[in-house]
Design a protein around this ligand. Structure first.
Ligand code: FAQ
Length: 342
């Protein structure tokens, strides 16, 4: 029981408060019981927080996934960034600028979440540049027309939301909390993509054809974003046991197909799959699987734009070094001034 502070001197009260804090920090989290504590938190659908003991493999899996996710957001700025100077109107340009800026923000929340696991941000950047850590396959495809920006918003952000909404319930607190804001913003991104394609689909014949061509090219790479089929997914079973992932790759892919077919009907555009058909028995649409050999090739670095994306990233780091050096020098100067004034 905590003691009443009444009769103690102030310093005694501080010492007692410190003792109680140490006792509380130890309570329920003794080293010997760390594994049982982790299992109990996962079983109770509670959150593991940075202060909690966790299996090393859980920590490593989270760093791998969160880092890959963060890199995807940062590299993902490139395909759409390609159209900022060529957006067809001031309004479209402002929307696209805001969207690309949001992706940078998502990258920052995610790098911060990885840091809570003990990862070093500079090290994560270095691993991206050396190719040891990956980013989503989808950002290795080119954006050749303006309609590709709409298709990315509708299909790529649409797939990202289907994948990421369950991550809001991920067992690791900082990742789950970051995902809540990310998902709200992705939802806006998806709608702007849909709206942009909706306008093109009701424009001239050329505009409609451009929108259809973009969907034809982005459909299968978007399906591949969900990862290899469950039978070949090496991490899914363990990640689901740890409640990092809540659904398998194939379950999420199916959810995305079911949702998107109906939206394509509203757009009045066609998804490029002759086998798309409602299956009454399964209660889902049947569809043609993406080419998983192509996915593996793209992941390995052999997609249409892998080299270009990495070269741009390297160039951005090199040409931006003077900015971060100047910012660090300015911050150090401010600290020195404040210390002198204190
Ligand atoms: N691309 O055993 P699994 C966005 C790798 S953000 C590249 O199934 P897991 C927003 C996988 O890492 C898009 N690699 O793995 C936006 C593993 O490799 P490793 C990014 C892939 O982790 C929109 C190996 O294959 N989203 O779009 C891919 O259980 C517009 C075996 O696979 C996330 O990162 C792939 N498509 O499941 C931004 C979401 N698929 O490390 C800008 C979080 C698989 O063993 C513009 N991540 N791999 O060498 C996840 O949900 C999961 O990590 C999966 C993969 C579902 C991606």
């Amino acid at each position: 029981m905590p003691e009443e502070p009444g009769a103690q001197s102030l310093l005694d009260q501080v010492a007692e408060a410190e003792r109680q804090l140490i006792e509380a920090a130890g309570r329920g989290r003794p080293d010997a019981d760390a594994e049982a504590y982790f299992d109990a938190v996962i079983a109770a659908d509670q959150k593991i927080e940075p202060r909690d003991a966790m299996p090393e493999a859980y920590r490593k899996t989270l760093i791998r996934q969160i880092a890959q996710h963060a890199h995807s957001e940062i590299i993902g700025m490139q395909p759409e960034g390609n159209w900022i100077t060529r957006a067809p109107s001031l309004a479209r340009k402002a929307i696209l600028l805001a969207k690309v800026q949001d992706e940078a923000g998502h990258g920052l929340y995610l790098y911060a979440a990885a840091e809570t696991l003990g990862a070093d941000r500079e090290d994560l950047y270095a691993q991206l540049l050396s190719g040891r850590q990956k980013y989503s396959s989808i950002f290795n495809y080119p954006t050749v027309t303006w309609a590709d920006v709409g298709a990315i918003g509708w299909l790529v952000d649409g797939a990202a939301i289907v994948n990421q909404v369950p991550l809001c319930r991920c067992s690791y607190g900082p990742y789950a909390r970051a995902m809540i804001r990310v998902c709200k913003e992705e939802s806006f991104h998806q709608r702007q993509g849909f709206q942009s394609l909706y306008v093109l689909a009701r424009g001239t014949e050329k505009q409609r054809a451009m929108a259809q061509d973009a969907i034809d090219r982005w459909w299968y790479p978007s399906l591949a974003m969900f990862g290899p089929p469950d039978a070949d997914s090496k991490h899914t079973a363990q990640s689901m046991e740890w409640k990092i992932k809540r659904y398998s790759n194939d379950e999420l892919r199916q959810k995305f197909v079911d949702m998107t077919v109906q939206q394509a009907e509203v757009l009045g555009l066609t998804l490029p799959d002759e086998n798309l058909q409602w299956n009454e028995e399964r209660g889902h649409y049947d569809y043609t699987q993406p080419d998983y050999d192509e996915l593996m090739q793209v992941i390995k670095g052999d997609g249409p734009c892998n080299r270009q994306r990495m070269a741009n990233r390297r160039e951005a780091v090199e040409s931006g070094t003077w900015v971060s050096e100047a910012a660090a020098a300015y911050a150090a100067k401010q600290d020195t001034r404040q210390e002198a004034m204190a």
